[in-house]
Design a protein around this ligand. Structure first.
Ligand SMILES: NC(=O)c1ccc[n+]([C@@H]2O[C@H](COP(=O)([O-])OP(=O)(O)OC[C@H]3O[C@@H](n4cnc5c(N)ncnc54)[C@H](OP(=O)(O)O)[C@@H]3O)[C@@H](O)[C@H]2O)c1
Length: 199
């Protein structure tokens, strides 16, 4: 099934259920060898990539695994967060908790930004149109990557080693934008930002 058909099926299901369906975007940074994490953290400091992450995810919903949440340590401001965990008693202030990846997407589709519903008619709909961002780590990408409409992939040109890896099958994706950035005082390594859409 192509991305458009998948999106149609999802919106058909959601229409029957009376839900809003939001665009889903996976955001990943990985080396060509597939390294995405090391020692519970990102193995690099890339200021430009972090700034783009902040700018582009603002107002949306972030879906992440419990370990990625722990590595960030708090809900990121201006965005809503759904944390996936199998621990029934796990909680953290300011985040929604889901017992699995598909439940997380269901919850994310329902979330309305705080304050929007108080702002008057129409604003709730705007809030629900903001994308859901699937932001890792590896276990969550593995479960949800092919549920996403787009993949925003930063290739980090480095041979750095790590203990968390992700392999992206590019045959599922079509590149619509690629931007190259050299290493700089802000970025330890050269990077390429790819915007990919599901085939
Ligand atoms: N480079 C990047 O773009 C990027 C992005 C995000 C994260 N990272 C890095 O990736 C690493 C973390 O990734 P990770 O794969 O080890 O961990 P993760 O995916 O962030 O979290 C794993 C946890 O999520 C929960 N989980 C996952 N699948 C589940 C399921 N089907 N049902 C219920 N709960 C489920 C479990 O939590 P419980 O153990 O609580 O049950 C599991 O231990 C860190 O180094 C982080 O810095 C990199």
């Amino acid at each position: 099934m192509g991305a458009n058909e998948a999106a149609d099926v999802r919106s058909g299901d959601a229409r029957e259920a009376g839900d809003a369906v939001r665009r889903r975007i996976a955001v990943v940074a990985a080396t060509p060898d597939g390294v995405i994490g090391s020692g519970g953290d990102l193995p690099w400091r890339l200021r430009r990539d972090l700034q783009r992450f902040k700018r582009t995810t603002m107002g949306g919903v972030l879906v992440m695994g419990r370990k990625t949440f722990d590595s960030i340590g708090r809900p990121l401001p201006g965005r809503q967060t759904v944390v996936i965990t199998a621990q029934p008693d796990w909680s953290a202030p300011g985040v929604a908790v889901a017992p699995g990846p598909s439940e997380a997407l269901r919850q994310a589709d329902q979330l309305v930004a705080p304050g929007d519903s108080e702002g008057g008619p129409g604003l709730e709909d705007d809030s629900r149109r903001r994308p859901v961002f699937v932001v890792g780590g590896a276990t969550i990408y593995q479960a949800l990557l092919l549920e996403c409409d787009e993949l925003w992939l930063t290739t980090v040109h480095s041979r750095i080693s790590g203990d968390v890896h992700l392999s992206v099958d590019r045959s599922h994706w079509r590149a619509v934008e690629t931007v190259r950035y050299p290493a700089s005082v802000d970025d330890q390594m050269p990077t390429e930002f790819h915007r990919l859409v599901r085939r």
